[in-house]
Ligand binder design. Structure first.
Ligand SMILES: [Zn+2]
Ligand SMILES: [Zn+2]
Length: 280
């Protein structure tokens, strides 16, 4: 990577990898970089820092080249455990809701995802019990619910979780996934009436996290970076109130997530019901 090759085969190979996966965690991005450089007989940097730099440079050069296609490769962080991802995003805001998703989902699956995401966003803890999620098929519009069975719904939810559009929060609940936040940020904001809480530390959208009664919110992983008050407590940066933080098990699905921090402060959270929420 010493000489500047401009846009070349390593860029194309890397982009192809991103296109076929849509989203990759950092480890897989490293592997993709190794494969791309290896195929082009370019030396792979030894140190982690150099590899990070090489990835950022490659991604930035690719982004310059795909901008006019309304595509971009963007970093995203999983709100629950802080895992970093790279994802290919369609930046075009035209067209009907969710149609810009870089995905092979059918019209029925997209409609189902729209309903799921809306319900999750309007839930106080941004979590939806799976039985409620499955029952949403009855609300599908535009004839998309014809022949869309409970089995289809189950299979679709699994697929949406695998592709990071949704996230399995614990055995019984699903939430919004890192890819959905990355690609559908504007839609989420609109769905929530134009206002989305931002993490006090990283300033990024925080759908779930630790909500202080004073109105400030912290991603769980971001809160871990603050000095500890005692044990699992830390002080709110704004009002100094003592808040609880905890690191959750990485093991997906093995543990019921405590919703206590999110629930404590519901009264302080602004929530507007959007007009098309189809409340019965
Ligand atoms: Zn944060
Ligand atoms: Zn506070």
């Amino acid at each position: 990577m010493e000489t500047d090759r401009g846009y070349d085969d390593e860029h194309r190979i890397f982009l192809q990898g991103m296109m076929s996966h849509g989203i990759l965690d950092f480890k897989s991005v490293f592997e993709l970089l190794e494969a791309a450089l290896g195929l082009c007989k370019i030396a792979i940097p030894d140190s982690r820092a150099e590899r990070d730099k090489a990835i950022m440079k490659l991604v930035s050069e690719i982004n310059d080249n795909i901008r006019e296609l309304n595509l971009t490769i963007r970093k995203g962080v999983d709100e629950e455990n802080g895992t970093n991802y790279f994802m290919l995003i369609n930046t075009s805001q035209r067209g009907p809701v969710l149609s810009q998703l870089q995905t092979s989902l059918s019209a029925a699956e997209l409609e189902y995802l729209r309903l799921l995401a809306t319900e999750i966003l309007l839930a106080e803890d941004r979590a939806l019990p799976s039985n409620v999620a499955l029952n949403l098929i009855g609300k599908m519009e535009g004839n998309t619910n014809k022949k869309f069975s409970l089995q289809d719904a189950e299979a679709t939810i699994s697929k949406l979780i695998a592709n990071k559009w949704l996230r399995k929060l614990d055995r019984a609940n699903v939430g919004i996934g890192v890819r959905f936040i990355g690609e559908m940020g504007d839609w989420i904001t609109e769905c929530l009436g134009g206002e989305v809480e931002k993490c006090k530390i990283c300033r990024k959208m925080a759908l779930r996290g630790i909500f202080c009664p004073c109105g400030v919110v912290y991603h769980k992983v971001c809160a871990m970076r603050l000095p500890a008050a005692s044990d699992d407590k830390f002080n709110c940066m704004k009002c100094k109130a003592e808040l609880t933080r905890s690191v959750e098990e990485e093991d997906e699905g093995s543990q019921i997530v405590s919703q206590a921090p999110a629930r404590e402060s519901n009264k302080s959270r602004k929530r507007r019901v959007i007009s098309d929420s189809e409340e019965d």
